[in-house]
Write a protein that binds this ligand. Structure first.
Ligand code: PTJ
Length: 236
């Protein structure tokens, strides 16, 4: 069913052809972690939500894959944590930006950026660098699901706290991010919405306690550990 969403996304002009390859890569890692949200991914999801709730200007960056897989979920998450949404494409065409923006608006997105970018993120080629001053450019916390390594590194260099959702724990994005959620986006987003609902009433001090002591390397090592465990089970 998830695969079909991507195929439909290509037909609707939302997903790039490269997006299908990215999904295949993600699926391979998902099989290795057992297609479940591991405890360390669950804790990274909690830290990510706490960071977004603590942020001054949290922004969720949406690409073709993220839109096709979970546009309504991302809009809901943005509402619960008080974030804006920006359409940012790796393989940018204005037509695809427009289609994704329309999809997000049809899901109820009110604070939407990315259609008229007016800034360029330093260190990236022109189309990939495009950003909006009120969105990603001034965001202090950015959730970039399924992000490519260059953009993730560039956002970190700008001093932002960057949260990625990436099933590959050894991708450049996973290693560069402030918080890496090694989980399928279709499982991560609904969980984050629930967690955000629970955390919304917390004081800043309590949210800071959740964030304090988090080490992203631990999440990556733990994800790789889950994969090794899966291999171990094959030995009986
Ligand atoms: O729509 P665009 O033009 O912005 O392009 C989007 C893609 C995803 C094609 C582009 O950003 C890209 O090429 O990204 P990468 O470098 O392939 O990185 C995507 C990462 O997401 C890979 O490490 C995959 O393992 C991972 N991934 C793929 N599907 C999922 C996933 N992680 C979580 N959930 C998934 N469903």
């Amino acid at each position: 069913m998830v695969r079909e969403l991507l195929v439909k996304g290509v037909g609707d002009g939302i997903v790039s052809m490269q997006g299908l390859i990215a999904q295949g890569r993600g699926e391979a890692f998902d099989y290795l972690i057992g297609e479940v949200t591991t405890p360390s991914a669950a804790s990274a999801e909690g830290v990510a939500v706490a960071l977004m709730l603590l942020a001054e200007n949290p922004v969720i960056s949406v690409n073709g894959n993220a839109a096709a897989l979970t546009a309504p979920g991302l809009v809901r998450l943005a509402k619960v944590v008080g974030a804006g949404i920006e359409v940012n494409l790796f393989h940018r065409t204005e037509e695809r930006v427009r289609r994704i923006a329309d999809l997000l608006r049809s899901c109820g997105c009110e604070r939407l950026y990315g259609e008229r970018p007016d800034r360029l993120i330093p260190g990236l080629s022109h189309d990939r660098a495009k950003a909006s001053s009120e969105g990603v450019w001034t965001a202090d916390v950015v959730l970039v699901p399924l992000e490519d390594g260059d953009r993730c590194e560039a956002l970190v260099r700008m001093g932002k706290k960057v949260i990625v959702v990436d099933l590959n724990p050894v991708s450049r994005s996973a290693k560069a991010a402030t918080v890496t959620i090694v989980d399928n986006i279709v499982r991560a987003v609904p969980r984050m919405i629930d967690v955000a609902g629970e955390m919304r009433g917390l004081q800043d001090a309590e949210l800071l306690e959740i964030v304090g002591g988090f080490r992203n390397e631990d999440v990556l090592v733990s994800a790789l550990g889950s994969m090794v465990e899966t291999v171990g089970k094959l030995r009986g």
